[in-house]
Design a protein around this ligand. Structure first.
Ligand code: SF4
Length: 317
């Protein structure tokens, strides 16, 4: 809800966990449920799946009042929400900063004017800059969402978008490769042959580059690819969707790292890793293991899970 119009790629009904607005009781129930498995100070009440600050001011205040009561009652960490860059201005920030809002997620999607135009986002790059500035000035955590492979975009434009996004100093980003859903203008363009989505390989390779870049800037990647929780079969038409997209990207990042380490060790050794890193080291469906054995020769490389190693730590022995 709240969106002034529909962006060409968006089918929120397909990707949102629910298509109805929650009531106060729904929110209370969700908090009660969450408190069963997590300490209260780790919990945030999050309003996602639309443009929170673009709903009516009355509804927005009611939701914030309700969330604030629960935050105070249970000593929760805070409140977060997602919105459009043009859904943020000084007045909105004055309202939301009266509540325990800890983070605001802005759907930047692209930092290229032409892509924003083609996708009918209805806001400019400047809107994203201004919204990010207003959020940071209030000391609220800024999270930016970007999409790759949108209609009108290229690898270079996506990389440039990532650089511009990083220049806004978000604490975290979400990266979503564009998927073609039914009932969207992007699907019309796809059907007419005017738009070609990224292949899965292209999306994985680009997202790997983006992840390496964001990590080098100390920006965490809190989401990579759409949730696997929803069955997209009925609504997805084309695009680089994979239920384990993040695992594919991280597997490629680990592969590059291990190749470099093995090369530094003369092309042979035992790759030692923590148990929690098994799927990233071995790769999805053992893809990394197979490729590494092919690359360095069967007898030259072996793999060993080592409980003494921490997550992310790899040693070549
Ligand atoms: S602003 Fe976001 S939720 Fe609203 S139509 Fe566009 S992509 Fe969908």
């Amino acid at each position: 809800m709240g969106c002034p119009h529909k962006c060409t790629f968006c089918n929120q009904n397909a990707i949102a966990a629910s298509s109805k607005m929650p009531t106060g009781e729904d929110i209370e129930r969700a908090v009660d449920e969450a408190l069963k498995s997590r300490p209260s100070d780790e919990l945030e009440i999050a309003f996602f799946g639309g443009s929170f600050t673009c709903i009516s001011e009355k509804s927005m205040r009611e939701y914030l009042d309700c969330a604030q009561r629960l935050v105070d009652r249970y000593k929760l960490h805070g409140i977060r929400f997602s919105t459009r860059p043009d859904g943020i201005d000084k007045r909105i920030m004055d309202i939301v900063s009266g509540y325990s809002v800890t983070a605001i997620e802005l759907g930047a999607q692209s930092m290229d004017e032409e892509v924003l135009d083609i996708c009918e986002r209805g806001h400019t790059v400047q809107d994203t800059y201004e919204a990010a500035k207003l959020i940071s000035e209030k000391g609220i955590e800024l999270v930016l969402q970007m999409m790759t492979g949108l209609h009108g975009s290229t690898v270079d434009k996506d990389i440039k978008s990532a650089e511009m996004i990083a220049s806004l100093n978000p604490t975290a980003v979400r990266i979503y490769p564009a998927i073609v859903f039914k009932n969207t203008k992007m699907n019309d363009a796809y059907q007419k042959g005017e738009y070609t989505p990224q292949s899965l390989d292209e999306a994985v390779t680009l997202c790997k580059q983006l992840c390496v870049f964001f990590e080098s800037r100390n920006i965490s990647i809190i989401k990579l690819g759409l949730n696997a929780e929803k069955d997209f079969d009925d609504t997805m038409v084309a695009g680089p969707y994979h239920p384990a997209f993040r695992e594919l990207v991280e597997g490629e990042m680990y592969f590059d790292r291990i190749v470099k380490m093995l090369n530094d060790r003369g092309g042979c050794g035992t790759v030692c890793y923590s148990k929690a890193d098994t799927s990233r080291v071995i790769g999805h469906k053992k893809a990394n293991k197979i490729k590494l054995l092919e690359l360095f020769g069967n007898g030259n490389v072996s793999f060993k899970c080592d409980e003494s190693l921490a997550l992310g730590e790899i040693l070549i022995k």
